[in-house]
Ligand binder design. Structure first.
Ligand code: PLP
Length: 371
């Protein structure tokens, strides 16, 4: 079976984990601090705080900017549920803006019309590892004095105009979940240049505890601490970030070349201003392809290739969200169309050329399967 993701874990990493276990320093110790230093380096920021998930990073970031009940946050309806849930966790109101068909990310040209007196922030999502249009978004944020928090959970290492995402936003959030480009099973981090945000985040991940005085609490917080056992896995992976990103990119280019010209198959857009890190290689299957998206997915699976649908519906469609923000079909026409068309194919760094050829040839053959 050709898997959609392939986790890199070997005996060396297992030995590093064993060393941490035997050191008996398991939580928020040296390895967590080392990973924070690496995250600052990779993202070119002054500060990084490692937490126990991407969700925790997003929640921390939103509270750190002072988001309160009744505030509005502009975001995309085409993302993983954590993007909207963390806004709801702050009792703020998500305001969904449709996405751009080419990049799958928030359409900056639609943002200004939806800004109100209550708007506090924009949460961008660098979906599949493709960066948003940060030039336009940061211009709008400046004009209306809004904070930008990036949900870069899928985009570690991605650049926009040759700069890390963190250079374009107030706080960038990452996930180290088991399937991510850099993973440690569970984990996350936020990076920023803002000292106040940094200090707040360090307290918030430990119930609001003072950084120097144990058992002295300044404000509400959560247990968002991470462990050295996991951080050492992250450290052993992050040193391969550049190499793996290049392998993902090369694999994506081979897939794009192979799939070129198949009617009804639209491959991802390689924009020059945004360096895509291909967490997912996501194609669109339109009506010009003889199989429906889900039929192609089954066909690939039956022939030994796993694929994924991210995401099968827009966030606004979930019943519990509909209760908060009324939703009718066609409110987000691009995102809605994409959710019925997208299919992510294997692109991970360990993919072999023969496997890429097999994927391409199956999609070509699939076109003739129906009859
Ligand atoms: C776009 C996006 N946002 C947020 C998250 C949440 O990260 P985590 O699963 O580490 O909480 C993920 C990862 O699953 C994600 O893909």
């Amino acid at each position: 079976m050709i898997n959609l993701t392939n986790i890199y874990l070997d005996k060396k990493i297992a030995t590093e984990v064993q060393k941490v276990l035997l050191s008996k320093s398991l939580v928020q110790g040296e390895k967590v601090r080392e990973l924070e230093a690496e995250m600052s380096k990779v993202n070119e920021t002054r500060y990084a705080v490692v937490v126990n998930s991407g969700t925790a990073a997003l929640h921390t970031a939103l509270v750190a900017i002072g988001l309160r009940e009744g505030d509005e946050v502009i975001t995309t309806p085409f993302s993983f549920i954590a993007t909207v849930n963390t806004i709801l966790m702050c009792k703020a109101k998500p305001v969904f803006i449709d996405v751009n068909k080419e990049t799958f990310t928030i359409d900056p040209d639609l943002i200004e019309d939806r800004i109100s007196k209550k708007t506090k922030a924009i949460v961008t999502v660098d979906l599949y590892g493709q960066t948003c249009d940060y030039k336009k978004i940061s211009k709008i944020a400046k004009k209306y004095n809004l904070k930008i928090i990036s949900d870069s959970c899928q985009a570690i290492g991605a650049m926009y105009k040759s700069k890390p995402i963190a250079k374009w936003v107030d706080i960038a959030c990452f996930s180290f979940y088991a399937t991510k480009n850099i993973m440690m099973g569970e984990g996350g981090a936020l990076v920023t240049n803002n000292r106040k945000v940094f200090e707040f985040a360090k307290r918030f991940r430990q119930h609001g505890q003072d950084m120097e005085k144990p058992y002295f609490y300044h404000h509400l917080g959560y247990n968002y601490r991470s462990t050295d056992i996991l951080a050492v896995i992250g450290l052993s992976q992050i040193k391969f970030l550049k190499k793996w990103t290049k392998q993902r990119y090369d694999n994506a280019c081979k897939l794009i070349k192979g799939l070129k010209g198949i009617p009804g198959i639209i491959t991802p857009n390689l924009r020059v201003e945004g360096e895509h890190v291909f967490h997912q290689f996501t194609i669109r299957i339109t009506k010009d392809y003889p199989l429906l998206r889900d039929q192609l997915r089954s066909y690939l699976f039956d022939h030994g290739v796993r694929s994924g649908v991210y995401y099968p519906c827009v966030l606004a469609e979930y019943p519990f969200i509909k209760e908060i923000i009324p939703y009718n079909k066609d409110m987000y026409p691009v995102a809605e169309e994409l959710s019925s068309q997208v299919l992510s194919l294997p692109v991970h760094p360990m993919l072999k050329n023969s496997e890429i050829k097999k994927i391409v040839s199956l999609i070509k053959k699939g076109a003739n399967e129906k009859n």
